[in-house]
Design a protein around this ligand. Structure first.
Ligand SMILES: Nc1ncnc2c1ncn2[C@@H]1O[C@H](COP(=O)(O)OP(=O)(O)OP(=O)(O)O)[C@@H](O)[C@H]1O
Length: 228
């Protein structure tokens, strides 16, 4: 079984049918989700992350049903959104990163070591004691990513993770996202250069999956549709 299995999945939010009969079986380590504004990409990401529930069909993520195994899934999946404010919960940067490890059964020393190492990787060591909400938009984005990676998840779901970042930090974050390691990546992005770095691409159109394939081919199809 692939780690991402969707069969005839529908998602209705209020009166809107946001995703319709979505089916796919994906096992590539890095997957890009592309498509026009409002096509349903973020909803698909939230669905895979267990934050939005299907109203029809079946879904398995890492072999788990997000509706029934939410706790187990949360332990293995990290979701990062384009708006980092929704993810920052603790007063200082270091506390916020440590908060991500609150339910991990690690010794205090091991937690401290992991937090320090993650802050170093994301260039946050110098602002470790600063108030989280006083950071710039880009620094907040790095903090949200740091909080996701410190947990060493099996699957990272990132929705426009480089949206607020300058070129240097965007590169740094992309390098972490694509780092050879244990995590798989589902990346929602309008940055087609980033999408090209994935092993597979999914094109979402009007709430449905229009195409799945090699990124170059799927991006070409998308650009034709956009009239580029
Ligand atoms: N909670 C909600 N209630 C009703 N409609 C919603 C809700 N969330 C999203 N939608 C609608 O679902 C559609 C898809 O939204 P979604 O955010 O998934 O698109 P997207 O492809 O990620 O767009 P973008 O590229 O602009 O971020 C949009 O028409 C949006 O208005």
């Amino acid at each position: 079984m692939s780690y991402l299995e969707l069969e005839d999945v529908d998602v209705r939010l209020g009166d809107t049918e946001v995703l319709r009969r979505v089916s796919c079986s994906l096992d590539e380590r890095t997957i890009a989700v592309i498509g026009e504004n409002g096509s349903g990409k973020s909803t698909l990401a939230r669905l895979v992350g267990g934050l939005t529930h299907a109203t029809g069909g079946t879904i398995r993520v890492l072999g788990l049903d997000p509706a029934r195994d939410a706790t187990r899934l949360r332990r293995r999946v990290a979701v990062v959104f384009s708006n980092p404010d929704t993810q920052i919960v603790m007063p200082t940067v270091a506390e916020d990163v440590a908060f991500s490890l609150r339910s991990d059964k690690l010794s205090r020393d091991e937690k401290t070591r992991r937090v320090d190492e993650a802050m170093h990787r994301f260039g946050l060591t110098e602002v470790a004691g600063r108030a989280s909400h006083d950071l710039s938009g880009g620094q907040k984005q790095l903090l949200a990513l740091c909080g996701a990676f410190v947990r060493r998840p099996d699957l990272v779901i990132a929705d426009e993770p480089t949206a607020y970042l300058d070129a240097r930090n965007a590169r740094r974050v992309a390098d972490h996202l694509f780092e050879e390691g244990r995590h798989r990546l589902l990346l929602v992005t309008h940055d087609l250069a980033l999408a090209r770095r994935c092993e597979k691409a999914v094109l979402v159109q009007d709430g449905a999956i229009a195409a799945v394939g090699a990124p170059d081919e799927i991006i070409a199809e998308y650009e034709v549709g956009l009239g580029c």
